[in-house]
Design a protein. Structure first.
Length: 365
């Protein structure tokens, strides 16, 4: 059977590190790049008797992200324990959210592969703490644990399985990144791990029930995500064409080999034994609190794009490029205001600067 007889189903679980000055449950700084185990305390080391205190800024940033992605904000939320063992998780559980996330039922708009507008639904946005980091030494064969990242605040943005190609997944992720940067809740520096995605892929014959999904975890490159989706689609189709069964599992993407490898069986919610976090009180948000955050939302990419087209008479293509990054858009506006020639600034950014950024594989800041 030809590949075009199959449809791929893609959902993304995006983890964005929040730009707070301190961690989610303690006062340790969140600065990236510090010497190992220098930003730690009894709370993020899970010492007996050390109790967490929720950072209010984390809630504010999560609500802001929810409002910017058209979510409903829950006025009654809570934290939960997600139980699993891993060497860089000092408590042997993660404080996350399960059945009462802060944000539900949102969407963002992208273009499908034919250029038509498409809404990608967002199931939920919840807050959680990051784990530490294992530093592997291939020469000695051992691993060292750095807990600086343990307790750094995250939001997890879970999409519905509405994406149908690697191109749509790429546009969705870039749009989401742009939104988070515009509202200034995350710097979204993928090279530093502050934006990463778990990619769920399945395939099925058209007009038949969805297939079994496989997950590729902690991916932090647009190009790698597209390549991994394309490979995984072809792998699953090949398995089905040869009469084999797709196993629900977590797989690792190898960027050098250009393929995925089996890691472990995929866990379900019951495997984590969620239960309410007993050391934290419930999160109660008033209408006034939510509306005050809504009023503070800045001009969003779509609004800027419309303004560039209507007021500055830029093309839709140029407007899309300029608003794809808040830093780039800010440079455009500041430079245009000085030289009074927005079209010339647009051409400069769209040619010389774009070429330099692409050659050096860097993002505007």
């Amino acid at each position: 059977m030809a590949n075009q007889d199959y449809e791929e189903i893609i959902g993304l679980e995006v983890h964005a590190e929040l730009s707070t000055k301190t961690k989610i449950f303690c006062s340790c700084p969140t600065e990236f790049g510090a010497n190992p185990n220098t930003h730690i305390c009894p709370v993020c080391m899970a010492m007996p008797g050390a109790l967490p205190v929720l950072n209010e800024k984390v809630v504010e940033y999560a609500v802001k992200a929810g409002l910017a992605t058209n979510c409903s904000i829950s006025q009654d939320s809570k934290n939960d324990r997600k139980n699993y063992f891993y060497p860089d998780l000092p408590k042997s559980y993660q404080i996350s959210q399960f059945d009462k996330p802060l944000c539900n039922n949102g969407y963002i708009e992208i273009e499908d592969d034919n250029g038509n507008p498409k809404k990608v639904r967002i199931l939920r946005i919840h807050i959680e703490e990051d784990a530490g980091k294992l530093n592997h030494n291939e020469f000695t064969g051992g691993s060292l644990v750095d807990l600086n990242r343990a307790g750094v605040p995250l939001i997890e943005i879970v999409s519905e399985p509405d994406l149908r190609s690697s191109g749509e997944a790429d546009r969705y992720l870039k749009k989401l990144k742009s939104i988070l940067q515009y509202i200034e809740v995350s710097d979204c520096k993928m090279q530093e791990g502050s934006l990463r995605a778990d990619v769920n892929v399945s395939v099925h014959k058209k007009y038949e029930p969805f297939g079994t999904r496989c997950e590729m975890k902690n991916m932090n490159s647009f190009k790698s995500i597209q390549r991994a989706i394309e490979y995984e689609k072809e792998r699953q189709i090949n398995e089905l064409e040869h009469g084999r069964t797709i196993i629900q599992e977590t797989r690792r993407w190898d960027d050098i080999e250009g393929q995925t490898f089996e890691m472990r069986d995929k866990e379900d919610a019951q495997d984590y034994r969620y239960f309410p976090e007993p050391d934290l009180v419930a999160i109660r948000l008033s209408d006034e609190y939510i509306e005050n955050i809504r009023k503070e939302l800045p001009e969003m990419p779509e609004s800027r794009k419309a303004r560039y087209i209507s007021e500055l008479h830029l093309s839709e293509k140029d407007s899309n490029y300029l608003t794809s990054s808040k830093a780039l858009s800010d440079i455009f506006e500041k430079t245009g205001k000085i030289c009074k020639n927005y079209k010339a600034v647009c051409n400069w950014l769209n040619s010389d600067i774009a070429r330099i950024l692409n050659e050096k594989e860097i993002e505007p800041e």
